[in-house]
Design a protein. Structure first.
Lengths: 393, 388
């Protein structure tokens, strides 16, 4: 039998609001399956877990420094580490993380130059190209939950809880993987409890208008739709991220109380040619530290000078919507990842993973950096999809 | 019990329009697991397949009679066998089919009495109770495709006379409703939508509403008056009451098409009776799923006691995925493949709720798990859309 694999699990030292780490039951399962696990000191503390919480169900778990964790054979961390952290990995180590290989060629190059193997969580796919580790549902639900919380404050008399009000009008732009969740989340106020509360009291619900990218280009139709929209959701996947979906001028057509919900991840980037802009023109890009922006928020002043921002409404935007509810998010990721890590442990590591092996073995093989050929049309993926760049981690 | 060594594939003997069979690729894959595969004579013939297409010189693939196909260690048939066919399955064999345990208590009794170890495809669920063998996307897309096909007969290129986008009103915001929204905004067919975009067509706008809006007559009157397509993707809590009473149908424009994605039949002799979500529409099948407002079959298919005065063209099918049989069966085969690996490795009796990911999911779908009170808790919510 092969040696147990050593997995270091590092904390994410991104923005202050990033509280996510894998939960104690997940760690316990890895150990029960035969792995040795070393957690970074303070692991889980963002969600209130102590080292004792992990030890109580996984007595063999060890704790070590950030540096020590990065020296292990396998390093598991949800969001991709910084360049400095990547350079701490030892040659032949395997990094398991959201590596976004299709859109991060420099990262691919760096990892290869360091002799590091990678398993990209966002590239773990089944035989049909369907992602096995993803949380697009939370992107939609968390964004809408916050959006409706804001709308509750801005909605004019008789208020969102007024029985005499009209149905709320939500408009979802883009009906793809996130958009379909956004339609469902919108129809339920992004919050099942609030939805039940409203329904029980006979308060009119939400009418959700869904339009795909082609209709969004029709100014006349969009004027009609936007002028009655209370909550506007950008769930588009633009083929060309240098073009806005909703020009800033169109925001002026919307009611003053309207809320803009940004579910995309595109930042403003004028350092590249063509420049990259957000789908809804003139809204700030949020993160886990701040994701609600009132029209007078100073964040508008920090937008690049080229961006029109004259017309403003309350906006909610976050680079990482699933991180709003860290425990739920990590429970889901843990459940999705479990069978693949079990396979990795049972096989004794990446060197024994066969691209034509078991179902989950095949999925791991597709996600390995050493097998990455620079596009999704690798020999292991039957369905070619365009690279995703989606708010999802 | 040892792992099974033989597997039989009987044909489905439902309506002539039912053309679905597992495709040769799947049969070859199963044979490569080291088991002997028996396909009923004529399997796939409605779709133009011969036994040679299945055999492809594989030594483990055989042709047999219907009775013999039912006599193997494992029997796979997508739609449930008819009542009298269950006795063809030998005791302790494993029957894999859409058995719908939650809504078919008599079928469960029969399986128990005959000693059949069944695995219900619609009960295979992951650790989060999500179904793993399902084709709800096809339910929505095939239904919407049929509706847009009908509209296109009058509106070439799906451009309405006033050049505005087509309005689709979707009732129900569950799993099928979500797919219906996507299908509606893409004209029920991706290729058609691409052509439509290329020719600067006005597209379609989908409006999704839930129960609390659908129950308000004043709002519904205004929404239905603007709808070109009305979609029922609801999951009713009380199947004895329609979501759309028949007289509301009169609010729809004359050209409007009603899309029925639910599967509840009219069962007026049940207590309480079961009625269709949209009152007064027929229930279609793979033989006929488009009914114009003046179709003569309307009166035969809708019980006399049900109001049906107001009529619009309706597309309805008990089994929407079967409209595109090959795509459907390719989809199911891909979903089923990992489970077959587990079944032939462990056997029915070897399946454990503590096993691997696919083993746990398969275990949840066994009759023994269904009969076990604990397992009932993890069973997914009943979905009565036309999913098989």
């Amino acid at each position: 039998m092969s040696e147990p694999i050593m997995i270091g699990m590092a904390r994410m030292h991104a923005e202050f609001g990033e509280r996510r780490d894998f939960l104690p039951p997940f760690v316990a399962r890895l150990i029960r399956r035969g792995a040795k696990v070393i957690l970074e000191h303070g692991y889980g503390s963002g969600m209130g877990f102590t080292e004792e919480d992990y030890r109580s169900i996984a007595p063999d778990v060890q704790f070590a420094s950030h540096e020590e964790v990065y020296k292990q054979d396998y390093v598991l961390v949800l969001r991709c580490p910084t360049e400095g952290e990547l350079r701490q990995l030892k040659p032949d180590a395997t990094l398991i993380s959201m590596l976004h290989l299709p859109t991060r060629p420099q990262r691919v190059e760096l990892l290869r130059s360091l002799g590091v193997e990678g398993i990209s969580l966002d590239s773990l796919k089944d035989d049909n190209g369907r992602r096995l580790v993803e949380n697009l549902k939370s992107v939609a639900w968390n964004g809408l939950e916050v959006g409706f919380q804001v709308l509750r404050r801005t909605y004019p008399a008789p208020g969102m809880e007024g029985k005499e009000r009209d149905p709320i009008h939500a408009t979802v732009l883009g009906v793809g993987a996130v958009g379909v969740h956004a339609v469902q989340a919108s129809s339920r106020y992004g919050d099942l409890q609030l939805w039940q509360f409203m329904a029980k009291r006979g308060i009119p619900g939400v009418q959700v208008t869904a339009v795909d990218y082609d209709v969004v280009n029709n100014e006349k139709t969009m004027h009609e739709i936007l002028s009655r929209t209370d909550i506007l959701v950008d769930a588009t996947q633009r083929p060309d991220s240098s073009k806005v979906v909703i020009p800033n001028e169109w925001i002026g057509w919307m009611p003053e109380h309207a809320v803009l919900v940004d579910l995309s991840v595109d930042p403003y980037n004028f350092d590249i040619d063509p420049p990259e802009v957000k789908g809804i023109e003139g809204i700030p890009q949020g993160n886990l530290d701040q994701y609600v922006f009132a029209p007078n928020d100073p964040a508008y002043d920090r937008l690049p000078a080229q961006v029109s921002r004259k017309n403003r409404r309350h906006a909610v935007s976050c680079y990482s919507w699933p991180g709003i509810h860290p425990k739920e998010c990590m429970e889901l990721y843990g459940n999705q990842l479990r069978p693949m890590l079990r396979m990795l442990i049972e096989k004794g590591g990446t060197k024994n993973i066969k691209p034509k092996g078991y179902y989950f073995e095949r999925a791991i093989a597709r996600a390995m950096l050493s097998r990455w050929k620079g596009s999704e049309s690798s020999e292991f993926v039957k369905t070619e999809k365009r690279p995703e760049k989606r708010n999802e981690e | 019990m040892n792992p099974p060594k033989t597997i039989g594939f009987p044909r489905m003997r439902q309506e002539p329009g039912e053309k679905r069979v597992f495709l040769p690729e799947f049969i070859q894959t199963i044979a490569s697991l080291g088991v002997k595969v028996y396909v009923e004579e004529g399997y796939g013939s409605r779709s133009g397949y011969t036994f040679a297409d299945y055999k492809r010189a594989h030594p483990n693939i055989y042709m047999c009679s219907r009775e013999q196909a039912f006599q193997k260690d494992v029997v796979v048939i997508l739609r449930s066998p008819k009542t009298d066919e269950f006795q063809l399955v030998k005791r302790s064999s494993t029957l894999i089919s859409m058995l719908h345990y939650p809504t078919r208590p008599q079928r469960i009794e029969r399986l128990k009495n005959l000693g059949i170890n069944s695995i219900s495809l619609d009960s295979i669920a992951d650790d989060n109770s999500l179904r793993m063998v399902e084709n709800m996307k096809a339910v929505a897309w095939n239904g919407l495709e049929a509706a847009f096909d009908w509209l296109e007969r009058d509106w070439a290129g799906l451009v309405r006379p006033n050049k505005k986008p087509i309005n689709v009103l979707v009732l129900g915001t569950g799993m099928v409703g979500k797919h219906a929204i996507e299908a509606a905004t893409k004209l029920g067919n991706v290729e058609r939508n691409n052509d439509h975009i290329a020719s600067n067509g006005p597209g379609a706008v989908a409006l999704s509403i839930g129960r609390n809006i659908a129950s308000n007559p004043a709002t519904m009157k205004s929404l239905m008056a603007q709808a070109d397509i009305l979609v029922d993707a609801t999951q009713r809590r009380d199947a004895s009451k329609p979501v759309v009473p028949n007289h509301w149908i009169g609010w729809l424009p004359k050209h409007a098409v009603v899309v029925d994605l639910a599967v509840d039949p009219y069962t007026l002799d049940a207590d309480p009776p079961v009625v269709r979500g949209i009152e007064g529409i027929p229930q279609g099948s793979l033989n006929q799923y488009v009914f114009s407002a003046n179709d003569s079959k309307w009166d035969q298919l809708v019980p006399e006691a049900i109001p049906s005065k107001h009529r619009r063209t309706t597309v309805t099918c008990y089994s929407w995925p079967g409209v595109h049989p090959e795509a459907c069966m390719t989809h199911y085969a891909q979903q089923l493949e990992p489970f077959m690996e587990v079944l032939f490795e462990k056997g029915y009796d070897g399946l454990s709720p503590e096993g691997t990911y696919f083993e746990r999911a398969l275990y949840r779908a066994t009759l023994k798990a269904w009969l076990d009170e604990e397992a009932v808790i993890t069973t997914p919510i009943v979905n009565t859309s036309g999913t098989d």
